[in-house]
Design a protein around this ligand. Sequence first.
Ligand code: MN
Length: 153
Amino acid sequence: MRFVVHRHRARRLHYDLRLEMGGVLASWAVPKGPTLDPAVRVLAVHVDDHDLDYYDFEGVIGGDYGRGDAIVWDWGSWAAAKTPDPVRAVADGELHFDLWGEKLAGRFVLVRRDPKNWLLIHKNDEHAVRGWDPETLPRSVKTGRTNEEVAAG
Ligand code: MN
């Protein structure tokens, strides 16, 4: 299955982690962005599923919901761990998974804290990097552009 992370400058900057499962892109908005630092637990707000054709969207979003610019910050493949049924794992509030992206890699866990708010954690595996900051890698993996360049057209 595929995953994508959009860097989305809406009213507030956030990163949208989207995992293909069950025919849609299950999605979490991560205000601080994902990290490879295993000591950091970041908030991940479970948001609406997106259609698969949104996978490689990059551009300016109009309207009221999510107005702003988005880039394909990372993409690649993913696989659920510890379960054959990721849709069920999300419903149960705990998903272990591996990412093979251009920026992100290794084992992550999403754990539900309440109906909206989850934590995203990177396990301390061979891909872990202490102090790793997503903001140091601002360019799209699809086009090489930054959010600022996309917004400027
Ligand atoms: Mn968003």
